[in-house]
Design a binder for this molecule. Structure first.
Ligand code: DP6
Length: 367
């Protein structure tokens, strides 16, 4: 039997519960890389199509939430420190997040929060920190809920953490568990929901165990167009309907591939998804380009290498110029050499990050 939770299930109801006076909670939460892309959303932060991602490992956010009841006036009140420095510029996004989740975690207004956060990857590296950042904060809030109501199950905890994270950033809903997460209703996955991500429910083929993702930092500049603006451009997009239908089909195909281990077919779906994402940007109104010349240089090098070596290396892209190089563990030695010898020349200041599939967020016990 499976159970799909509804929005109502996430409303915290025990208003008479005892809330702790003060304390702090720390979570280490990974980034993720989508294989079938989420691009297009509607209120309240619901995806227009289902997506699936590999949870990463080396790219993470570490967030501590300090909570204190003594100094509060029943409003949402917090300070945010990033890498030790107070960051007023981060406040509006987090304030919006707290406002959106207040209905589901009303106890947050009883506290003054101090948030301390840092990323494992360089700031403004072009790696989106909203997935790991928002999921870390959502998990901290859920740990506070668990202190107030210790009876909640692990399954509910994860689903509500994903539900809350989604309200901060859509892709953050996929940064709670590992190794793969499906977010968005899809016929192949009985328990899937637009409201939260679920762990990919079937054992994956050994080819996809310890899959590598080496992230080539091509351009660290600020994006000209934010993801939120890009998502919204899908509303009037001439190809939106076909795109959303295609994402459903690609997720079905990938579901089969993840179980049968067919690497050639994996490559076809994953690269097509990456290029389709950027094709949506190229064909929206207004149109825009996030790839850089070196993004295309890298793609062409990968295609040349595959044509001459029968390698299973492939690429994917997120909403930026950086390239994620995906490859199986058994080919790691030879592909690492290829990356060093032929691809690093296209990275800004030679920067890259060796990452791979991880197992999800972890609470760090406070000393
Ligand atoms: C291209 O999750 O960053 O990375 O919901 O507006 O915060 P918001 O957008 P965001 O969009 C990420 C889009 C993507 C594809 C993906 O991760 O599926």
């Amino acid at each position: 039997m499976y159970k799909i939770l509804t929005e109502q299930d996430f409303i915290f109801k025990n208003t008479n519960a005892n809330t702790p006076e003060k304390g702090n909670i720390t979570w280490k939460t990974p980034s993720n890389i989508a294989l079938v892309k989420y691009w297009g959303k509607r209120e309240p932060q619901l995806p227009e199509n289902p997506s699936i991602s590999f949870t990463l490992d080396a790219c993470f956010t570490l967030t501590t939430l300090e909570f204190d009841k003594s100094d509060n006036d029943e409003s949402i009140d917090f300070d945010i420190f990033f890498e030790g420095e107070k960051k007023e510029t981060f406040k509006p996004k987090i304030a919006t997040f707290f406002k959106r989740i207040q209905k589901y975690v009303p106890f947050i207004t009883a506290y003054k929060f101090t948030i301390n956060s840092r990323n494992s990857f360089p700031h403004s590296s072009g790696i989106a920190s909203s997935a790991s950042g928002m999921s870390a904060l959502a998990l901290c809030v859920m740990s506070l809920e668990k202190q107030i109501n210790p009876t909640i199950t692990g399954d509910y905890f994860n689903k509500k953490a994903s539900f809350l994270a989604r309200l901060g950033s859509g892709s953050a809903s996929r940064s709670i568990e590992g190794e793969l997460v499906v977010w968005g209703k899809h016929d192949d996955f009985n328990e899937s929901s637009d409201l939260y991500g679920i762990k990919y429910p079937t054992e994956i083929h050994k080819n996809f165990k310890n899959y590598h993702d080496t992230i080539l930092l091509v351009d660290k500049g600020e994006k000209q167009v934010s993801s939120t603006v890009g998502h919204n451009l899908m509303h009037q997009h001439p190809f939106a309907k076909q795109r959303f239908a295609q994402a459903h089909e690609n997720l079905s195909k990938l579901n089969t591939i993840l179980q049968n281990g067919n690497l050639k077919e994996f490559i076809t779906i994953v690269e097509s998804e990456a290029l389709t994402l950027h094709a949506m940007m190229l064909t929206s109104n207004p149109y825009f380009i996030l790839m850089k010349p070196n993004t295309l240089e890298i793609i062409n090098k990968i295609w040349d290498f595959r044509a001459t070596t029968n390698s299973s290396v492939c690429f994917t892209l997120d909403a930026g110029a950086n390239v994620h190089i995906l490859f199986p563990e058994k080919e790691a030695e030879i592909i690492n050499k290829f990356i060093v010898n032929e691809l690093l020349q296209f990275c800004q200041n030679g920067q890259y990050i060796c990452d791979g599939v991880g197992f999800g967020a972890k609470q760090i016990k406070n000393i």
